[in-house]
Design a binder for this molecule. Structure first.
Ligand code: DHB
Ligand code: FE
Length: 279
């Protein structure tokens, strides 16, 4: 059976992509942020996962306010990226993985998660920034990717507990796939941030660190939050915690924390990084 070898949570702030494009990683503003990534890159290099299942949110590139699936999954052989207005260089196409994608889709539907299936999908910074951050120099091209998009832009959004359960269901599906492929699960986004309105720039360091702690030890402690709670406590875009919950749900059970980092601010955001292994 396929094996989930670990999971990574990371923020996906567009400014990270621009900093990489411009070679600013070691400048004073960026150094502490980027210096946290080599241990995760090294772990990925040692483990050599074949497939990455990536929980992300689409900020308006493929799904705008007129059509917004609550949960969408890619079943395409390739995913293209496009300029979505943040000034990041578009990256070369990402390789898809269709066989496991369809296995997951069939299992999700059986499990009463009626996802939107995308056989064509353009992917935005929510997916591309983490891919280039974790596998720089186009090394991400060797990994096969299954994108899973969670609506974090237009109300009504899925409850945080529902995103966790989606992750659990996908975790079970991966582990029932008859294959010896190694799978890593990514959850991208967050942590606390608000991009516009009266509270633009709002960051809650204490809450972010609390969430990172609970994600490791007892994710159930986070499942009672509503999206209104998260908006109040972590800013309007703090709802992107959904992807970290889905990532943690896929691992289920006890986990080993191999690496973590928290850095503020990057742009307007509390930037988190976490590497987990099943224990
Ligand atoms: C920023 C952060 C995000 O997660 C995002 O999707 C867009 C912008 C930011 O801090 O600028
Ligand atoms: Fe985002």
């Amino acid at each position: 059976m396929a094996k989930i070898i670990g999971a990574v949570g990371t923020s996906h702030i567009p400014a990270i992509g621009k900093a990489m494009d411009q070679g600013l990683e070691q400048t004073p503003y960026w150094k502490d942020f980027f210096d946290a990534y080599p241990p995760v890159r090294n772990w990925l290099n040692e483990q050599q996962p074949d497939i990455a299942v990536v929980f992300y949110n689409d900020h308006g590139l493929s799904f705008f306010l007129d059509k917004k699936p609550t949960f969408a999954i890619g079943a395409a052989p390739e995913y293209t990226n496009a300029d979505e207005g943040w000034g990041i260089q578009p990256i070369a196409p990402i390789t898809g993985e269709t066989e496991l994608a369809w296995h997951i889709i069939n299992n999700l539907i059986e499990d009463e998660f009626d996802v939107t299936v995308c056989q064509e999908l353009r992917v935005d910074h929510g997916l591309t920034v983490p891919m280039t951050l974790l596998w720089p120099n186009e090394e991400y091209r060797k990994i096969k990717v299954i994108p899973v998009a969670i609506n974090c832009e237009r109300h009504p959004m899925p409850k945080p507990s529902r995103s966790y359960k989606l992750g659990q269901s996908i975790g079970r599906a991966i582990q029932s796939w008859d294959s010896d492929e190694k799978v890593v699960v990514l959850g991208t986004g967050g942590l606390s941030h608000q991009l516009d309105g009266a509270r633009a720039g709002f960051i809650n360091r204490e809450f972010d660190l609390y969430c990172m702690d609970k994600l490791v030890t007892s994710p159930e402690a986070l499942l009672g939050y509503t999206n209104a709670d998260l908006t109040e406590t972590a800013g309007a875009q703090g709802v992107e915690l959904a992807m970290w919950l889905a990532m943690r749900g896929a691992l289920e059970g006890d986990v080993k924390l191999l690496h973590q980092n928290y850095h503020i601010p990057v742009s307007n955001t509390g930037a988190g990084l976490m590497l987990l292994e099943p224990s």
